[in-house]
Design a binder for this molecule. Structure first.
Ligand code: SF4
Length: 288
């Protein structure tokens, strides 16, 4: 697990990104401070070394998963995971795509049929559109780490169940910790609500900077939804511009608190996409 000092420091940096003048350390953060005070914890051994990846994949606890020290071991444990019933119906575990040195980490909901077949997240037309959007704000795919909340496909693309999220989320959390991105982009309602811990609609969550475990997080539409609704392309582009500014260290989140305010910043602040450029980002409104 990440050193408690680093976790608390990350939390405080996140509050700074949010331009929050006061710090409230409750729950998990209080426990971290207590750990720091007593000198216990922070030195967890690699569970893969003590218990073996196979044992972790079958019955590892949340703390066991969070104690895994490198991405390769985490990938191996997820690849053999039977910690929830989705292992019975999956074709392939869809761990992630991208480098652990990425500055941007995108999180979607769960693998679809193509991902389940290939083992790679965000393939197909939705993935291509995501690539184009990210490139349009200066994030080539090579600088982006992409994963899902769930690593295995729910049958028939049904919504993930709470117990599946509970069992699988330590993998995503550890991925975030190991990548330590400058900014997280939550793609779609489910990923946003899960990471932020809210039932608020995407409309209320977009255009603001949130925190996930101390990392700045912005919310945008899922690229598959953009394929069905090309009119959402420009708002998505503005969301990614917000992510760009955060990654660049522009700590001015209050200036882009709402979607309307974000839209009003265009002239002189950012280079607005032309209608032709936005057309090229979309796929003409064809269904996924
Ligand atoms: S969804 Fe997650 S917890 Fe469930 S079997 Fe797949 S990797 Fe394991």
């Amino acid at each position: 697990m990440t050193d408690p000092r680093e976790q608390v420091a990350r939390y405080l940096r996140g509050r700074e990104v949010l331009a929050e003048p006061e710090y409230f350390l409750t729950g998990e953060r209080n426990r971290l401070l207590e750990t720091m005070r007593t000198g216990q914890g922070g030195g967890s051994a690699s569970s893969a070394g003590t218990g073996g990846a196979g044992q972790l994949a079958r019955s590892g606890s949340r703390d066991d998963i969070l104690a895994i020290e490198d991405m390769e071991t985490l990938n191996n444990v997820a690849g053999a995971c039977t910690r929830c019933s989705l292992h019975e119906t999956r074709t392939k575990v869809v761990f992630a795509d991208g480098t652990a040195a990425a500055r941007v980490l995108c999180v979607g909901e769960a693998p679809g049929a193509n991902e389940d077949r290939t083992g790679v997240p965000f393939v197909g037309r939705a993935g291509q559109l995501l690539d184009r959007l990210l490139r349009s704000v200066g994030f080539p795919r090579s600088e982006v780490f992409i994963c899902n909340v769930l690593k295995c496909r729910p049958p028939g693309n049904r919504n993930p169940l709470p117990e599946e999220i509970e069992r699988c989320s330590p993998f995503m959390l550890r991925q975030v910790e190991l990548v330590s991105p400058a900014v997280i982009i939550a793609l779609g309602t489910f990923a946003a609500q899960t990471l932020i811990g809210t039932k608020d609609s995407l409309r209320h969550l977009r255009g603001r900077t949130h925190l996930y475990e101390g990392f700045p997080l912005v919310v945008t539409y899922h690229p598959a939804a953009l394929l069905r609704n090309p009119g959402w392309t420009r708002p998505s582009w503005l969301d990614l511009q917000l992510a760009r500014r955060i990654a660049d260290g522009d700590h001015a989140p209050r200036a882009v608190r709402s979607r309307d305010e974000a839209g009003a910043r265009g002239a002189g602040e950012t280079s607005e996409p032309t209608a032709q450029a936005l057309d090229q980002l979309s796929f003409g409104g064809r269904d996924v």
